[in-house]
Design a protein around this ligand. Structure first.
Ligand code: PLP
Length: 346
């Protein structure tokens, strides 16, 4: 069987912009080093291109959520640089960590017990300072099981770093007081937004995710962070509508007069959700082409009135600047990245 031809849907990753973003965040981290959150296939951008590029730029700490994600990263970076945020839940998880050298992040007394009972070894430790997601409660920090751990990175995670909220300083204070009661090599609190909060928050190591990929969680990062992801989709068919013709599922757009439209290979399976309907705009040369009607499974329909020379097979650009896309769709910048589908040629 011949190799399948490339999709009529393209995702380009600007690895130069990605590594510029990492360097900028590393610089903003002051005396702390920047690591990288690369869970969820590097937020949908593709661990295969992201992780080697960041490693080349000098990044030495990588954070994933799942054990299978760590297994993929082992193709690109040394095991000792990989931390698994969800931690070990089963003996199989602990054995995988021990046999590969990937570090588990211990999040609970149960996980601490499991890790020690299966042989122990170097690990990271997550303290919950108020997000009430993963992590040991501050009152558990003095437990004997925790004192026995060999902790590299002691970390916590901010709930509201993207807001000016007194909660950020409360979490920092809680983190400092927990850190006074455990042994560790390095301290880490800040995500992307936390880096922009200033050097009180950066400690020894920062863990940016979103901003590496072009997300801007706080104004301070505007003008510093560059877009990383580009999307292009091909016109599959052009057609003429007459006045009164409707477009797409549920016929939500009715042509007010005769008009030329293009059917484009981009749909919700690719991450282009219905929240773009009535707001989306594609680009052909200098012409902006409004999306007409609902996203209909694998396709959208755009108005070609201002792109008379656009033909079947031509490529359209899908503007995907994250802060603006988030404002338009009501989706978060995190969602806009992680929903990008599997069908793009990359
Ligand atoms: C995802 C994650 C990060 C990165 O957060 P961003 O807001 O994307 O920068 C950092 N730390 C932990 C524990 C995470 O889960």
């Amino acid at each position: 069987m011949p190799e399948a031809p490339p999709a009529h849907l393209r995702l380009t990753v600007d690895t130069g912009a990605l590594t510029d973003n990492w360097r900028a965040l590393d610089h903003l981290s002051g005396k702390a080093a920047a690591g990288a959150a690369v869970k969820a296939n590097a937020y949908g951008v593709g661990a295969q291109s992201v992780v080697p590029a960041l490693a080349d730029a000098g990044c030495k700490s990588f954070f994933v959520a799942h054990w299978a994600e760590a297994a993929e990263l082992l193709n690109y970076v040394p095991a000792a640089q990989i931390s698994v945020l969800h931690g070990p839940l089963t003996t199989a998880d602990a054995n995988f960590a021990r046999s590969t050298g990937v570090k588990p992040v211990i999040n609970s007394l149960h996980q601490a017990r499991l890790w020690q009972d299966t042989g122990g070894g170097i690990c990271d430790l997550m303290i919950d300072t108020g997000i009430n997601r993963l992590g040991l409660s501050p009152n558990e920090v003095s437990d004997r099981r925790i004192a026995e751990l060999d902790v590299d990175i002691l970390m916590s995670h901010l709930a509201s770093g993207d807001e000016d909220n007194p909660f950020n300083h409360m979490q920092m204070d809680a983190f400092r007081s927990a850190a006074a009661r455990v042994g560790y090599q390095r301290l880490s609190l800040a995500n992307s937004a936390g880096i922009a909060l200033g050097h009180e928050f950066t400690f020894d190591l920062t863990r940016p995710g979103l901003a590496l990929y072009g997300g801007i969680p706080r104004q301070e990062l505007d003008g510093i962070i560059k877009p990383v992801v580009g999307i292009d989709a091909a016109v599959l068919q052009t057609r003429m509508l007459s006045a009164g013709d409707t477009v797409g599922y549920n016929a939500t757009f009715t042509a007010p007069h005769s008009m030329r439209v293009g059917v484009v290979s981009l749909g919700y399976a690719d991450g282009y959700l219905r929240s773009w309907a009535g707001r989306g705009m594609l680009q052909y040369q200098s012409a902006a082409l409004p999306v007409l009607g609902k996203v209909s499974m694998d396709m959208i329909v755009v108005d070609l009135t201002d792109a008379a020379n656009c033909q079947e097979g031509d490529w359209l650009t899908v503007p995907y600047a994250l802060p603006e896309a988030a404002r338009k769709t009501g989706l978060s910048q995190y969602e806009l990245l992680t929903i990008l589908g599997q069908r793009f040629s990359r």
